[in-house]
Design a protein. Structure first.
Length: 450
């Protein structure tokens, strides 16, 4: 599968993050509309945050209470005409800090009044804010009352008040929630997809030519298990089609061989050279039909029938069976094992057909007196013909084109066994070799035979 396709975890991560950001944006819009148009709430927040900033400059030690104007509010309260005023008193009413003149008396609570812990009053409705308020703080076991006032908020402090509220009460909680939800979701999805991932790995190893291949859907979510069951059902249908094809090809072979055998029998009763020529042509036709049937049957072959095969023993049996026929055709046949035992997984009948095809082709397409050698070694079988006096280039024989579909059958059998088929030419003749994938066969020391 292409790496350009995103994983399910990546898709879910993007979607969860998108909807989380969308939810945060919508919540921001709700908070903005709620706070921006609620002047009373903004005024309260202004007093709370501004008095808190001013209170950070109070220091209480053994010498008493001292005050230094914090840097973040110094611009607003150092100058008397900035549009902001403040007053800080201790529990006895003594002034600790003051940034206003006698006008403060008209805005703040009188000095002889015991102020509440929080108070606030709007000087005029609407925005920009015009308000006055105060708040009590306890610093070093001493109580301080901080009063603030603003006329039209010229430095737009209300914006920082608003954004601080958004960050503290929306962005931080929502970010923590997003991380937790996203992490928990991804872990849950990853755990739920473990069986699916295992099935995907198994799907890569499914052999269409093996009726036993299927996907294990145990432990999968219901939706994915339903898909796995459908895939298994499709493979069962493929297996049924393979079986039907075997039956069909076997039936075709039987139906064709019967009339051909009858024709050959009738030709045997005719004593004429043309009858003998017709018999030879009929033999070629029978062999061609057999090859076509074999090739069609290979497409429906099932890897589930594979078994452990000894290439040495199999090659020896084929050589033993074909030796009389080879000698009758004025050729010689020799078996040369390279090892004592070479085990591979395969179908004995198909491997015998392939080796038989190679030997028969070597006999039919080489001159009389050619020696044919069959080698069996580690994960390979080889058929080599040795012409008397070597290959004559002037003959111009293209052996590959003259072999019909015999080599196609051999090549197809090699592919079914996950191997390869190679042809080459040596100084003495032609070499055809079937190589199998390394299956770590059990080998014993080599035999020297010539």
């Amino acid at each position: 599968m292409s790496h350009s396709h995103p994983t399910l975890g990546a898709i879910l991560t993007r979607r969860i993050a998108f909807f989380a950001v969308l939810a945060m944006f919508l919540q921001l819009c709700v908070i903005f509309s709620d706070y921006y148009w609620n002047v009373g709430e903004l005024s309260r927040l202004f007093v709370e945050q501004e008095t808190e900033r001013l209170a950070s400059g109070i220091t209480v030690d053994e010498k008493g209470a001292r005050y230094q104007l914090p840097d973040n509010v110094k611009q607003r309260y150092q100058e008397r005409s900035s549009g902001y005023v403040a007053r800080i008193r201790n529990a006895t009413g003594a002034i600790v800090f003051e940034s206003c003149d006698d006008a403060c008396e008209n805005r703040f609570l009188p000095a002889d009044v015991n102020p509440p812990d929080f108070w606030q009053r709007s000087l005029k409705p609407g925005k920009p804010l015009a308000l006055v308020g105060g708040r009590a703080f306890v610093v070093g076991n001493q109580r301080f009352v901080i009063d603030v006032a603003t006329i039209d908020d010229p430095q737009n402090v209300v914006s920082s008040v608003f954004w601080k509220e958004v960050i503290e009460h929306m962005l931080v909680p929502m970010s923590i929630l997003l991380v937790l939800v996203l992490g928990a979701t991804l872990l849950s999805v990853r755990h739920a997809l473990n069986p699916v991932r295992a099935a995907a790995d198994a799907a890569d190893n499914i052999d269409p030519m093996d009726a036993r291949s299927h996907l294990n859907f145990e432990g999968m979510p219901r939706e994915v298990a339903h898909l796995a069951i459908a895939v298994n059902r499709a493979f069962e249908r493929v297996g049924e089609l393979m079986t039907s094809q075997k039956i069909l090809t076997s039936g075709i072979a039987h139906e064709i061989r019967t009339p051909l055998a009858a024709i050959k029998l009738e030709l045997g009763n005719i004593n004429h050279p043309r009858a003998r020529k017709a018999e030879a042509d009929l033999d070629d036709l029978v062999r061609f039909v057999a090859e076509l049937t074999t090739l069609a049957r290979l497409d429906g072959f099932d890897h589930g029938t594979f078994e452990t095969v000894d290439l040495v023993a199999l090659s020896s049996s084929v050589v033993e069976q074909l030796a009389p026929w080879v000698y009758d055709n004025s050729h010689t046949l020799e078996f040369c094992p390279q090892v004592e035992t070479a085990l591979v997984q395969g179908a004995p009948a198909l491997l015998k057909d392939a080796l038989r095809n190679l030997v028969e082709n070597a006999v039919r397409h080489t001159p009389a007196g050619t020696g044919i050698r069959v080698y069996a070694g580690r994960n390979m079988v080889r058929v080599q013909d040795r012409h008397p006096g070597g290959i004559r280039r002037e003959a111009g024989t293209d052996r590959t084109d003259s072999l019909g579909i015999g080599l196609k059958i051999v090549r197809r059998i090699a592919e079914l066994h996950r191997g390869s088929f190679r042809q080459s030419t040596s100084k003495l003749g032609h070499v055809c070799e079937i190589s199998f994938a390394d299956q770590h066969p059990k080998l014993v020391p080599s035999i020297t035979s010539e």
